[in-house]
Design a protein around this ligand. Structure first.
Ligand code: 6PG
Length: 239
């Protein structure tokens, strides 16, 4: 699907609110994994404002990050900092429900094992972005992290990354075990890759973003001004 950015953010916020309400109703908690990068800022700001801010079950919501740059939490490159500025500092979410990832892969894995004892984390909703090379979170094409099946979180060093700083990333088993994944993708420079993935073209299926398959639904919300390259409206969610 493709929208203007406000439409994309409103659709994402509505889906996220619905997921939160269903999760709290069925298991009294909503485990949400935030995406990094710049694209989600508008969505996070929308969630921090009426009507969504009043409707979200913040006290039952737990916030995780799909990846993080190994920089201090107040660093301009920090995914935590963006989410804190745009959303978390504006809503009544208990501080104990916020799980930053900047202490490293092993520490984050310990926190995940404590929160999901004896099982692979089954997040209610994972938000992901995608880079022009088809990476998602910090799973980059052709890197060993893509094939990691036992660790929940691994450290990544990928000089071509933007920014080129050390990172940690959740691994595919966590994304695939999530109840739902929503990709938020914006930018003309990503259109050809999105098109190849959504049309299941050739080698695109091996790209990191193409390999994410949540247990129930994987939805792509794509913004492209000249959207003639993308499937027509109503193409519906990829699942
Ligand atoms: C990161 C992100 C990364 C991001 C994409 C898109 O930490 O870099 O997790 O996967 O989502 O690179 O980034 P933009 O939204 O800034 O285009």
């Amino acid at each position: 699907m493709f929208w203007s950015m406000p439409e994309l953010n409103r659709a994402a916020a509505s889906m996220l609110l619905q997921s939160a309400r269903q999760s709290v109703e069925s298991r009294a908690v909503f485990h949400l994994v935030l995406a990094g990068g710049k694209t989600p800022r508008g969505l996070y700001e929308m969630l921090a404002a009426p009507p969504f801010a009043r409707q979200m079950p913040w006290r039952q919501t737990h916030i995780w990050w799909g990846d993080e740059r190994l920089v201090p939490p107040d660093h301009p490159h920090s995914n935590y900092r963006l989410a804190h500025e745009a959303l978390l500092s504006h809503v009544p979410i208990p501080s104990g429900n916020i799980h930053p990832a900047h202490a490293g892969a092993r520490a984050y894995e310990r926190e995940l094992h404590e929160a999901f004892p004896g099982k692979t984390p089954d997040f209610d909703l994972v938000l992901l972005g995608m880079g022009p090379d088809g990476h998602t979170a910090s799973l980059f094409p052709g890197t060993p992290a893509l094939d990691e099946r036992s660790r929940f979180v691994v450290e990544v060093r990928y000089p071509q990354a933007d920014p080129p700083v050390p990172r940690i990333t959740m691994t595919l088993p966590l994304f695939d075990n999530a109840h739902a994944v929503i990709f938020l993708v914006a930018g003309a420079e990503k259109a050809a890759v999105v098109d190849a993935i959504l049309r299941h073209r050739g080698s695109a299926s091996r790209l990191p973003a193409a390999r994410v398959r949540a247990s129930r639904s994987t939805i792509w919300l794509v913004f492209r001004p000249d959207s003639d390259l993308l499937p027509r409206p109503g193409a519906g969610p990829v699942s």
